[in-house]
Design a protein around this ligand. Structure first.
Ligand SMILES: Cc1cc2nc3c(=O)[nH]c(=O)nc-3n(C[C@H](O)[C@H](O)[C@H](O)COP(=O)(O)O)c2cc1C
Length: 186
């Protein structure tokens, strides 16, 4: 049996009753045997300012997240879409992380999921995230995509009750495991 892949999860919503957090938790529970998914350290940090970086360096939150990403075999990012794009907190962390000489995302396989109340399920955020992580040399997993539409109808008491969505998560994670093993040679 191959060594387990250690995947770091990040949730782009800070809301207590976040559907994306429920989706992330569903994925943690549905991870294939060869994969362990754990939530990473907080990505909350001061708004990026190059002057701050030049005067006081990286914030400790950024160093901790960078170290956790470097120690992982890949990432699962689960996030809502805010105004057709990436929520600011998550994007701000990506901006800080992009400033290290050795960018922590480089060479890391990344899978993306989203949940939203509407018909598009956060899909536009997914494409903006792909765009932002591409210049950072992340390896973006293609398909199946996990896009949970009409989220309030699919989650009950904190659990993802939709069979189709649960099946899709399993398919995505199985495909992601194969992809990530190829990319990191594990
Ligand atoms: C600031 C803000 C912007 C939003 N913009 C979008 C959007 O562009 N597209 C969308 O599908 N939903 C949008 N929504 C609705 C979110 O999809 C919905 O609130 C979702 O439940 C947020 O995810 P969460 O439950 O994980 O917090 C927005 C919500 C907020 C608070």
């Amino acid at each position: 049996m191959a060594d387990k892949l250690n995947i770091l999860a990040m949730c782009g919503s800070l809301r207590k009753a976040s559907f994306n957090r429920m989706l992330m938790n569903a994925s943690i529970a549905l991870a294939p045997e060869g994969m362990s998914i754990k939530e990473g350290p907080s990505y909350l940090m001061p708004i990026y300012n190059a002057d701050d970086q030049n005067s006081t360096g990286f914030p400790p939150e950024s160093d901790a997240l960078a170290a956790a990403i470097r120690a992982s075999d890949g990432l699962l990012i689960v996030s809502p879409e805010y105004n057709w794009s990436i929520p600011a907190g998550l994007k701000n962390a990506i901006d800080w992380l992009s400033r290290y000489k050795e960018v922590p995302f480089a060479g890391k396989p990344v899978a993306i999921q989203s949940a939203a109340g509407g018909l598009l399920g956060g899909s536009r955020m997914q494409y903006h995230l792909r765009q932002s992580l591409t210049p950072l040399d992340a390896y973006l997993f293609g398909r199946p995509e996990v896009i949970v539409t009409f989220a309030p109808q699919k989650f009950k008491e904190g659990k993802l009750e939709d069979q189709g969505a649960n099946d899709l998560i399993k398919q995505q994670l199985a495909g992601f495991e194969k992809f990530a093993r190829k990319m990191v040679g594990k």
